[in-house]
Design a protein around this ligand. Structure first.
Ligand SMILES: Nc1ncnc2c1ncn2[C@@H]1O[C@H](COP(=O)(O)OP(=O)(O)O)[C@@H](O)[C@H]1O
Ligand SMILES: [Mg+2]
Length: 253
């Protein structure tokens, strides 16, 4: 097991949006979190990467279990050095080229020397098929390419897990495929990933685990094949049916 959270809770302005989430990720898992808008998926990922501080719960990482509320800044920093986050909106520095975006976390945060950072950065860009675009600025790249730069940035720090929050939902449909195909190849390489997405075909064919969330709770979780063939909860069945209908409609010309 790479990462586990237990009884994670979070409220905004007195409204509880995470109502005690249990979730664990094994090494090499590509876990997809599915669920309707407002379910708390983004909040869960942000809490798991300490972009947001949960109100309660505990987290197990590197074999150590810690109540989130008791974690020191140093512990959180150490944890975050081993995780990476890919945002819906890419979050690239617009005044830095692709390579500089990818190496930023190495040179600034990790104090990696420039030559090593460049080598690692170029390797990461090559892995997402952008070795030829290293000196381009975000405005010279398509949305799909920008998101692949963001994935390269995540890879460059050699994280134990990468969180993806709807990585293709800001993209035009024709650019979604290139990002999903990079993610598919990472999954095949055994990268541990926790992915929020509405791409149901991607979830069905690439993930090995599904977590279905609604209203701040995990409704059902399990092996992908089982969830798609024999969901136990009616809500899961209904959600999957709706998503499949929507994705078929999208395929129509
Ligand atoms: N920063 C915030 N401040 C206040 N409410 C928030 C904030 N972030 C999320 N919420 C609320 O929490 C709930 C869950 O949101 P979110 O985690 O974004 O769900 P999802 O990603 O599943 O669509 C929603 O009702 C949303 O309005
Ligand atoms: Mg969201």
């Amino acid at each position: 097991m790479v990462l586990e959270v237990k009884n994670l809770t979070k409220s905004f302005h007195g409204q509880q949006v995470l109502k005690g989430i249990d979730l664990s990720v094994d090494a090499g898992d590509a876990t997809v979190i599915l669920g309707p808008s407002g379910a708390g998926k983004t909040t869960l990922l942000r809490c798991m990467n300490f972009l947001e501080t949960a109100d309660g719960g505990e987290i197990t990482f590197d074999g150590r279990t810690r109540p989130i509320q008791e974690m020191t800044k140093k512990e959180i920093r150490a944890y975050r050095m081993n995780t990476a986050f890919v945002f819906q909106g890419f979050n690239l520095f617009l005044n830095k080229n692709a390579l500089a975006n990818v190496t930023e976390g190495l040179t600034v945060v990790r104090k990696t020397d420039k030559a090593t950072a460049k080598r690692i950065g170029m390797e990461a860009l090559a892995r997402v098929g952008l070795a030829d675009h290293a000196d381009k600025y975000p405005h010279q790249l398509s949305g799909g390419q920008q998101q692949r730069v963001a994935i390269a940035r995540a890879l460059a720090t050699d994280p134990e897990i990468i969180f993806f929050d709807e990585p293709t939902s800001a993209l035009d449909p024709e650019l979604t495929g290139e990002v999903l195909s990079v993610m598919r190849s990472l999954a095949a390489d055994g990268m541990t990933m926790l992915i929020v997405t509405h791409e149901i075909e991607f979830a069905r064919t690439v993930s090995n685990r599904i977590v279905f969330m609604e209203d701040g709770r995990v409704v059902e979780a399990g092996e992908t094949k089982r969830i798609f063939t024999h969901p136990e909860k009616e809500r899961t069945t209904a959600f999957l049916k709706l998503q499949e209908t929507l994705s078929k409609e999208e395929e129509q010309p």
